[in-house]
Design a protein around this ligand. Sequence first.
Ligand code: NIG
Ligand code: FE
Length: 392
Amino acid sequence: MTHQVSTVITGIGELATNDPARTEQGGLLGLVSDAAVVLEGSRVAWVGASADAPAADVQVDAGGRAVVPGFVDSHSHLVFAGDRSAEFEARMTGQPYTAGGIRTTVARTRAATDEQLTAHVARLVAEMRAQGTTTVEIKSGYGLSVHDEARSLAVARQFTDETTFLGAHVVPAGTAPEEYVDLVTGPMLAAAAPHARWIDVFCEDGAFDVDQARAILAAGSDSGLRGRLHANQLTYGGGVRLACELGLVAVDHCTFLSDDDVAALASSGTIATLLPGVEFSTRQPYPDARRLLDAGVRVALASDCNPGSCFTSSMALCIALAVREMRMSPAEALHAATAGGAAALDRDDVGVLAPGTSADLVLLDAPSYVHLAYRPGVPLVAGVWQAGRPAL
Ligand code: NIG
Ligand code: FE
């Protein structure tokens, strides 16, 4: 057997584990103070008191600083070309956000080479990693042709296993909606499915309605893809209830929710993924996280990094917004950005630091995770380990 390099990080002032076995003493985040973690190969091998830490090949002294699980960003659209800063500027001076801007990015993305798209995704993934994101989901959705959706996913696949086919983002210019749904559920799905784990639909006025979303998710399921939805971002509608009825793992945005939507989320166990960077960047009202949490809904936080509605890759910003604007506690927000994101991807190997999980950790230049919200905009990431290797 080849020797696996081990690393011990000692002197961790505050370790957030998210380990359910530690919540009795350590609260929601399973906090351990004066802690140490041992990484062996790509996995966490040991978690405990710093004074009891075993020896390892490499020793790192955290010097009393905090360590948290790597962020799990369960919603991003990184495969695109061009930017829409002019649209953002117009929005900040009074224009509303509409889904129509997506078509601008589609034209730019189609015109880009595979190499240009790959280099751009690589840059954004590196930007995310430097800010503590160690797992990212990446959607297609700016190709909207058989060829461009398949190549978008092939590009995304080079960076993550969590790839999502979003051919049903909007209907491309010049195509009839029924014709486009047939394309998405037929040849486009066939070309995309080998590169994707998930299928997603933008279920919203101006994009796809509930019946279309249902048909697209059913076709995806027949091809072995698991469903997720963009829903209730811009208006009230049936998307969230559809996600709950179908038992989807997650439904994302959840900005405009009726009491029935909240009840459906609470009883189905479908995770509500909130994307506060979108509301920040579109001047929409923030989703009511408190209402969801108080109703017993499981909540995740993700960036939605995309060139239109929200061009941030910072999970720390999402945490700060969730705390300041959505009345989540700092612990709830960190949990939602780590274990919550993992649950939204149906993963139990990330988002938690316990023996056997993926060794994805962030060392903060701060004594406590609370600083993620307390010091908004400040780059607090002092170290990142991804699958046991230093990544920063
Ligand atoms: O998640 N809502 C749909 N899709 C993206 C926005 C895409 C864009 O504006 O380019 C979102 O917000
Ligand atoms: Fe999105």
